[in-house]
Design a protein around this ligand. Structure first.
Ligand SMILES: [Zn+2]
Length: 425
């Protein structure tokens, strides 16, 4: 069974407008208001709806298709009036800015700059454009960049509007080709254990563990601690502006790394048959009272949700579904015999007191997450685990090139005996 659906997203951005063009944009939103009001006025006069767009467009100082979009919205509102008589205050008596609704490549345009920014050009008035770059959350910008470079994505209408006196652009993107398999229809479940300085992955199928991987990123932890110390120092010296600059720089660094790591997770998952990527749902964890020191540390020291979010939407671009499980006991359960005991891990080493299985603790956790993912979403059985394969460990290089990771191997015996992970590069 495949689960085909259009994926529609609305992405919100702030407009960093060139020079004094913001007033031009504001004028256009006032013009949009008068188009909106005039359309409703004509409709209430009984003018034929088919001729309203042209009549309004003749007088409006807006790009024609933008006028048409606003008229369509006004007539839609009128339709609702007919449906709901006691709708309250008629909206065409209001004044002030009204969102400028524009068709992509007609009323507005987007393009990637050499710096990786997304530049916009909005036709505010005929032959008069408002230009600049979009600012917004990294996640939204990343979806838009993908949409600009992929045929699968269609960029749709946008609304330029003012929110708290700030110019914004809300862009609709639709993925019409993507087929996302339902997560319950997977053959391989990949457990993802996210930690402060690594992410551990285990791919589990009906036949057992297909493969495991630990991606190390000690530089993220290192840089975050380093920035934290410097920021504290400048803050104490009362230099708030430097503090903010440093904070932005740190964020950029961490985001950039998390994007690379998330891309790596998705690429690795791709090799398996019908994969489903499973994460711990930390919302559930926060609600439970006793989640232990390890979880507490993880919650506070890593932009977890960012990495999970980046991975999950990158996976969805590839048609890979994601699932979420309750993280309770994922780090206390023995992946071999199922014995669960609190505090049976010592730093990075897991040791079972029942069957004396030993392993890297993050690796164990990723196996347990995959097990829970199978139990929650799949109709096949969790395989009995008699042995775990060699864990491959890679460290992201400073350049962060996904296709050229430094690969190190460790023997299963060495790995399990001392809890150390392979040879460092
Ligand atoms: Zn055990």
């Amino acid at each position: 069974m495949t689960d085909k659906r259009d994926l529609v997203k609305t992405l919100d951005f702030q407009l960093d407008v060139q020079s004094d063009n913001e007033s031009l944009l504001y004028d256009a939103t006032l013009e949009a208001r008068s188009v909106y009001n005039e359309s409703i006025r004509l409709a209430k006069q009984g003018v034929d709806w088919d001729v309203i767009p042209d009549r309004v467009a003749d007088d409006a100082n807006l790009v024609k298709n933008t006028t048409q979009r606003v008229v369509a919205k006004a007539l839609g509102a009128v339709e609702n009036y007919y449906e709901y008589d006691d709708f309250g205050q008629p909206s065409h008596t209001k004044d002030g800015a009204y969102p400028l609704r524009a068709n992509y490549e007609e009323g507005y345009n987007l393009s990637l700059t050499d710096d990786g920014d997304v530049a916009f050009r909005i036709s505010a008035k005929p032959y008069r454009h408002v230009k600049g770059v979009l600012e917004g959350s990294d996640a939204h910008l990343d979806v838009l960049r993908t949409a600009l470079t992929s045929d699968e994505w269609k960029i749709g209408t946008a609304e330029a509007l003012f929110h708290d006196n700030n110019a914004e652009l809300h862009v609709t993107v639709t993925n019409t080709e993507r087929v996302v398999r339902g997560k319950e229809n997977s053959r391989t479940v990949i457990g993802v254990d996210v930690n402060e300085d690594n992410v551990a992955l285990t791919a589990l199928s009906e036949d057992g563990v297909e493969n495991s991987l630990v991606i190390d990123f000690p530089e993220i932890k290192f840089e975050r601690h380093r920035y934290f110390t410097i920021r504290k120092r400048v803050q104490n010296a009362g230099k708030d502006s430097i503090h903010d600059t440093l904070e932005a720089r740190e964020e950029r660094f961490v985001r950039d790394r998390l994007h690379k790591v998330s891309r790596h997770i998705v690429e690795w998952s791709h090799q398996f048959e019908k994969p489903c990527i499973v994460f711990e749902d930390l919302k559930e964890m926060r609600d439970s009272i006793n989640y232990g020191a390890r979880m507490n540390r993880r919650l506070h020291h890593l932009p977890f949700r960012a990495l999970q979010f980046y991975t999950s939407y990158k996976a969805s671009f590839e048609g890979i579904p994601t699932g979420w499980i309750n993280p309770e006991y994922t780090s206390q359960r023995c992946p071999m015999c199922g014995h669960t005991e609190r505090a049976n891990r010592n730093k990075k080493r897991f040791k079972c007191r029942s069957c004396s299985h030993q392993d890297h603790s993050d690796h164990s956790a990723s196996v347990n997450i995959a097990v829970k993912g199978i139990e929650k979403h799949q109709d096949w059985n969790v395989p009995a685990l008699n042995s775990l394969p060699v864990v491959r460990k890679v460290r992201r290089q400073a350049s962060g090139a996904v296709d050229a990771p430094a690969v190190t191997h460790s023997t299963a015996r060495g790995y399990q005996a001392d809890g150390q992970v392979g040879v460092s590069d």
